[in-house]
Write a protein that binds this ligand. Structure first.
Ligand SMILES: N[C@@H](CCC(=O)N[C@@H](CS)C(=O)NCC(=O)O)C(=O)O
Length: 217
């Protein structure tokens, strides 16, 4: 097995896998991706060995294993400090960590009501009011970051915050959520990120389909 691996699941549906994968790409560290399917029993057994949470993403690096996207981002920042996964300035870094934390632990209504589905497109989708409140807060975060740091990424240069919010960008596009100019431009920036394009192309090539997607996978 390669020195560095990232275990992920569905490229179409798994938003946490996407976050961990984008962060690992940002680090510049070469890695082998291990893609597990939801019904793949031997892969599930492997994940249980690697990731005590039995969730993906899970990174292994020179004997260390790190699971949970936020821990992966922090770990990658330690082992590849020059990659700038977190902003250089302490105050800005604190802001970045705060909005990453907000994404990691929150926005449950949005995550439940508008699951990531890169192959899908659902115009005229009726967004539930609680999910609307999440969208209002997320777009407020984006406007504040772009306004403060000048864009085009949330903290000027690309950072783990963009990896954290990238799956939200895809959801807003999948469900045709109306956006203001600043947020629309931010979504375009994220969709043009070469790593994003690579992931989306892989997702669209994949054959898996999951019927019941009411909750985030
Ligand atoms: N808080 C975790 C969430 C991880 C998570 O919920 N992963 C989902 C995939 S998106 C998962 O592993 N679900 C079970 C499965 O794929 O079998 C993180 O930040 O990594």
């Amino acid at each position: 097995m390669a020195a560095t691996t990232l275990t992920i699941s569905s490229k179409n549906y798994s938003s946490w896998s996407l976050r961990g994968w984008l962060m690992t790409k940002l680090s510049g560290i070469a890695f082998e991706e291990i893609v597990t399917g939801p019904d793949d029993a031997s892969a599930r057994a492997e994940i249980m060995l690697l990731s005590p949470s039995v969730l993906v993403p899970c990174l292994t690096y020179k004997g260390a294993r790190v699971w949970d996207s936020l821990a992966i981002g922090e770990f990658l920042n330690e082992i590849a400090p020059k990659a700038g996964l977190l902003p250089a300035d302490r105050m800005t870094r604190a802001h970045c960590r705060s909005i990453c934390g907000e994404m990691h632990s929150g926005f449950t209504s949005l995550r439940a009501a508008l699951p990531m589905n890169l192959k899908g497109h659902f115009p005229n989708f009726k967004v539930w009011s609680k999910a609307e409140a999440d969208i209002a807060r997320i777009t407020e975060i984006w406007r504040e970051c772009v306004g403060t740091y000048g864009g085009p990424y949330l903290f000027g240069k690309i950072s783990i915050a963009d990896a954290m919010y990238a799956p939200v960008v895809t959801r807003l596009l999948t469900y045709d959520v109306p956006l203001d100019t600043v947020c629309k431009a931010y979504c375009e920036t994220i969709m043009a990120w070469p790593a994003m394009q690579e992931w989306i192309a892989d997702a669209k090539d994949g054959v898996e389909e999951i019927e019941e997607m009411e909750v985030e996978f």
